[in-house]
Design a protein around this ligand. Structure first.
Ligand code: 6PG
Length: 474
């Protein structure tokens, strides 16, 4: 075989990744698709790529140089297992099967375990950046063994986005670590998108600005600390005018946001890990609420008068930007907490500074701000939360008053800000001297004898609530 890398599954993501690979010095790319027609059209449309087309899986496997390395780019789920089996039957020990789809990391762990006895490496790789990223340079989050990374690493580095001379790829950890971190990336993506949505809603509803003026504000924000791909495209989208009606595009789109599930996975796993990721969860829930058309209609029918929109100062946009930044910091702090907890539970040695680094380019959440996260974890990998890193502590302190004004204004004006307000409550929970958890624990002890600890002495205690209310040691 002559190809150092193969791609199986030639839908848009697979084709683009194959073309990206082929465009880089040193790669020779074999391609295979279940229906040959698609392979044929890719090969004829892109003669410059010099693809080696496999008509059958056997032909494809025969065209790969050893160690054979093939990236599967098919719809996550059962399709992936079928292709893995086809390859595993033909591969030899030391060969590498890569799953580049948005697989659930638990599936990746199980697949790796299933393949391991054959001596073939199975590597789950998170790839972010959508269709354009796949073609021009994505952010790549590979899991799998160290050994497989020696072969795979340079190939992935050849196609990854590059920031400050460094490719956006790092060996995240073993088995499912790459897909786990990709999942967290998507959870954070949900939060980022929701927070941006809330900022837009406030500027429009409370600030009274038309979409193109809000677009200008986002474009301005994109020159400062909020600079990011999502802020940039938000300005674009808000400026866009629907060609059929001449109305702002954002006014003709049905206000219901879909989802393919990775945000839900993030929250499900965070719940299992006991990590509070309220900012991410609210973003997932906000999409769900948006889709509850009947409930929304029912409540709208009943609500005859809405709160009066608050009058705001000309600095309102600055306040909103501060609220957005502070809430974003909270969402990332929560996402990185989930990474810490996942790494501990699954035995991965994840370098969080490196994760922030490879998210600076190629992926959907790419942002200037990620440099600060890298800096925070480089200075001290053991911080208990990003919020204690000096830069972030200062940034939140600087924005705090504005953040509170924005959340209060939204509440008084009847504008839903689940992301902003949950982030602020999270911050206040961490900052509070005392939490009402003391009362909750007391309730647990009252009805269930679940015991409590005291502030002044070690041990577990129980009050005889049904008796003389004396305290006993549990
Ligand atoms: C990426 C995106 C990508 C995709 C998600 C969108 O990193 O390139 O996250 O994975 O766009 O599937 O997710 P939802 O459909 O759940 O919004």
């Amino acid at each position: 075989g002559a190809a150092n890398i193969g791609v199986v599954g030639l839908a848009v993501m697979g084709s683009n990744l194959a073309r990206n690979l082929a465009s880089r010095e040193g790669n020779s790319v074999a391609v295979y698709n279940r229906t040959y027609a698609r392979t044929e059209s890719l090969v004829t449309e892109h003669p410059e790529a010099g693809f080696i087309a496999g008509k059958s899986i056997d032909e494809f496997v025969a065209s790969l140089a050893k160690p054979r390395t093939a990236i599967i780019m098919v719809q996550a789920g059962a399709g992936t297992d079928a292709v893995i089996d086809q390859l595993a039957e033909r591969f030899e020990p030391g060969d590498i099967i890569v799953d580049g789809g948005n697989a659930n990391f638990q599936d990746t762990i199980a697949r790796e375990q299933r393949i391991a006895p054959t001596g073939i490496h199975f590597v789950g790789v998170g790839i972010s950046g959508g269709e354009e990223g796949a073609l021009k340079g994505p952010s790549i989050m590979p899991g799998g063994s160290e050994e497989s990374y020696r072969t795979l690493g340079p190939i992935l580095a050849s196609i990854a986005a590059v920031v400050a001379g460094e490719p956006c790829v790092t060996h995240v950890g073993t088995n499912g670590a790459g897909h786990f971190v990709k999942m967290i990336h998507n959870g954070i993506e949900y939060a980022d998108m929701q927070l941006i949505g809330e900022a837009y809603d406030l500027l429009r509803t409370v600030g009274g600005l038309p979409p193109h003026a809000v677009a200008d504000i986002f474009a301005r924000w994109n020159e400062g600390p909020l600079e990011s791909y999502l802020v940039e495209i938000t300005a674009d989208i808000l400026r866009h005018v629907d060609q059929a009606t001449g109305l702002p595009f954002v006014d003709v789109v049905l206000d219901q946001a879909g989802s393919k599930g990775t945000g839900v996975w993030t929250v499900q796993n965070a719940l299992d890990l006991g990590v509070p990721v309220g900012g991410i969860a609210e973003a997932v829930f906000a999409r769900a609420v948006s889709g509850k058309a009947e409930q929304r209609a029912a409540v709208r029918r009943l609500v005859t008068s809405r709160p009066e929109v608050q009058k705001v100062s000309p600095e309102f946009a600055e306040d909103v930007s501060a609220a957005l930044y502070a809430s974003k910091i909270v969402a990332y702090a929560q996402g990185f907490d989930a990474i810490t907890a996942g790494a501990e539970k699954y035995g991965w040695n994840i370098h969080k500074d490196q994760i922030a680094k490879i998210w600076r380019g190629g992926c959907i959440i790419r942002a200037r701000f990620l440099d600060r996260i890298t800096q925070a974890y480089t200075e001290n990998p053991d911080i208990t939360t990003l919020l204690e890193a000096p830069y972030f502590a200062q940034a939140v302190a600087d924005g705090e008053a504005a953040w509170r004004r924005v959340v209060a204004t939204a509440a008084l004006s009847g504008v839903p800000v689940p992301g902003f307000s949950s982030a602020l409550s999270y911050y206040d929970s961490l900052a509070a001297e005392r939490l009402p958890a003391a009362l909750v624990q007391g309730q647990r002890d009252f009805f269930g004898a679940h015991t409590y600890r005291r502030t002044d002495r070690d041990g577990a205690f129980h009050t005889l609530w049904g008796g003389d209310r004396s305290e006993v040691t549990a």
